[in-house]
Ligand binder design. Structure first.
Ligand code: CAA
Length: 258
């Protein structure tokens, strides 16, 4: 499959999608979001893939929604065509783990896209922010909802009301970023992490993801109930038998994703 605005690469069980509109710091337009959605759905359906990375360039993961395009939109158009909802949230349907590898700017929709991934790994030069207020709009791809859940109400208000950027260290301290790496090593490090995840039993990795994501959508009691059901379901898999037998027999496990 060939695309205009993204690059894709498969290395073993890890698929990497690189946002690629370098002339505009990977500003997110409809074409890019359609292509990203198609690539994600393809890799999610591919039994040979166990983990997906989304990344950008050294200078920008993505500097937000495409402002030049948005400048011409009016209410009637965005409402009628369901701007953002139509094609930005395909990633939420992906059941395999997705890692955002962020170098440089992750602003506005770029920060929101990173937050739609299951975790964010950042380069030392990463910068996160929701500067939409400076354009007369509010964050529109989940920023007002996911950011406070990730970093607290105080910091989300600070970022979205002032439009300022926070660097990788602040983002890690605040809980938005899982780990930070030197810029030159980001992709190698994240690829190694993704490979490790892809080598885990796939059904179990999918259940971990589904259960942790459920904690965002429900009460603690319901979340625990959901977790317990999936935990019990693990005992119906061949990989639970293999993983525990391998531990007892002191040998590496050979998972079959079944
Ligand atoms: N949309 C369209 N084009 C963009 C863009 C964007 N979000 N961000 C950068 N570009 C373009 C610039 O216009 C510029 O193009 P030209 O070379 O043709 O002039 C090119 O990319 C390089 O950008 P700069 O010259 O501005 O680079 P810089 O290093 O001086 O600054 C920056 C980098 C601070 C990220 C700056 O580009 C910037 O502030 N970008 C806009 C960030 C922003 O406001 N994002 C939020 C968008 S709204 C949104 O995302 C809504 C939502 O919630 C869904």
């Amino acid at each position: 499959m060939s695309y205009n605005t993204i690059l894709t690469n498969v290395d073993g069980k890890v698929a990497t999608i690189t946002l690629h509109r370098p002339q505009v710091l990977n500003a997110l337009n409809d074409e890019l979001m359609d292509e990203l959605g198609a690539a994600l759905m393809g890799f999610d359906a591919d039994d040979n893939i166990g983990c997906i990375i989304i990344t950008g360039s050294e200078k920008a993961f993505a500097a937000g929604a495409d402002v030049a395009k948005m400048a011409k939109y009016n209410f009637q158009e965005v409402y009628r065509h369901d701007y953002i909802s139509r094609n930005w949230e395909q990633i939420r349907k992906v059941r395999k783990p997705v890692i955002a590898a962020v170098s440089g700017y992750a602003l506005g929709g770029g920060c929101e896209l990173a937050m739609m991934c299951d975790m964010i790994m950042a380069a030392e030069n990463a910068k996160f922010g929701q500067p939409e207020i400076k354009l007369g709009i509010i964050p529109g791809a989940g920023g007002t909802q996911r950011l406070p859940r990730a970093v607290s109400k105080a910091k989300a208000m600070d970022l979205a009301l002032t439009g300022r950027m926070m660097d990788a260290n602040e983002a890690e301290r605040a809980g938005l970023v899982a780990r930070i790496f030197p810029q030159a090593e980001l992709l190698n490090e994240v690829s190694a992490i993704a490979k490790g995840i892809a080598d885990m039993p796939l059904l179990t990795a999918m259940m971990v993801k589904e259960s942790i994501n459920a904690s965002y959508e429900t009460t603690l009691s319901e979340g625990i109930r959901f977790e317990r059901r999936l935990f019990h379901a693990c005992f119906g898999t061949n990989d639970q038998k293999e993983g525990m037998a391998a531990f007892v027999e002191k040998r590496p496990a050979k998972f079959t994703n079944s």
